[in-house]
Ligand binder design. Structure first.
Ligand code: GDP
Ligand code: ZN
Length: 270
């Protein structure tokens, strides 16, 4: 069956066939990216996990991991962290910091796409039946990681080209790869750097990694930004020392940036 390029279907969509027509079933999740011109593109559907890939060199920009985690959670995907290049000496310090920061909030997979160490743990996790994708800044090793996880990745890309029957640039098309040990990965060309769509201020306040305890002890107000609101569970946990003051400071820093980005975009749309 042929699917038209502009059919509105994306990688990962579930469909039913009715005669000559493909009927798309509703999506559980949608993974979007923003291009250099500010346009928003859907790059995959029905993903359930999103891996943020970081490395000691180049190191993650400030706030990058937190923003990806928030974006994933807001889109109903479970985030996890991959620390690539663990063969480098500088990796140890980064892993310690990340374990300290995200312990209990997200899973962390230290590994090396080059030596293969630690890869089996990630394979095992994806093999539980997850469909995922990777996000990360240029140079952290996303391509290397995909190649290490899906040995036949190039072959598959070629096969997709034949199927389309025309010389379309495969490098701009997302492709879905089944992994040998189970699970699936969506390869998302162009989905690099800060390619995620902007997160809203409320998403950020609701999903900041490290504030998970507030699902047990709730803020009085549903739209709490955890600043000065009465009955704020986050402020209470900070006062009790259950959320570190430093982590709360990071939250306030990024919250300010997210608010500024929102103010700028609402100005330009007026
Ligand atoms: P991408 O831009 O995120 O797709 O990163 P690439 O996969 O192109 O890798 C960027 C650079 O990092 C290349 O020179 C890779 O050889 C190198 N690299 C990737 N993975 C590793 C690793 O596990 N260890 C080391 N030492 N270098 C790596
Ligand atoms: Zn609060």
């Amino acid at each position: 069956m042929r699917v038209k390029h502009r059919s509105g279907h994306v990688v990962g969509d579930d469909v039913v066939v009715r005669g000559e027509v493909l009927e798309r079933l509703s999506r559980r999740t949608e993974l979007r990216r923003r291009d250099a011109m500010g346009g928003i593109h859907l790059v995959g559907a029905n993903l359930d996990v999103l891996g943020v890939v970081v490395s000691p060199s180049p190191p993650p920009p400030a706030g990058f991991i937190d923003r990806v985690i928030v974006a994933a959670r807001a889109a109903n995907m479970r985030p996890f962290v991959v620390v690539n290049k663990c063969d480098l000496d500088a990796a140890k310090g980064l892993i310690d910091v990340l374990r300290d920061t995200y312990n209990g909030a997200v899973s962390i997979f230290p590994l090396s796409a080059v030596t293969g160490e630690g890869l089996h743990l990630l394979r095992g996790f994806l093999g539980e039946g997850h469909r995922g994708a990777f996000v990360g800044t240029t140079g952290v090793g996303k391509s290397s990681l995909l190649n290490a996880l899906c040995p036949e990745i190039d072959l598959r890309v070629g096969a997709l080209n034949d199927y389309n029957g025309k010389g379309r640039h495969t490098t701009t098309v997302s492709t879905l790869h089944s992994l040998p040990d189970g699970g699936e990965l969506v390869d998302t060309p162009g989905f690099q750097d800060f390619g995620l769509v902007d997160i809203s201020v409320q998403d950020f306040a609701d999903h900041f990694p490290g504030f998970e305890k507030t699902t047990e002890v709730r803020c009085r107000f549903r739209n709490c930004r955890h600043r000065t609101e009465p009955g704020c569970a986050v402020l209470e946990l900070v006062a009790r020392g259950e959320i570190r003051a430093e982590r709360y400071g990071t939250y306030l820093d990024i919250l300010r940036e997210v608010e500024r980005a929102r103010d700028l975009s609402s100005d330009s749309s007026r």
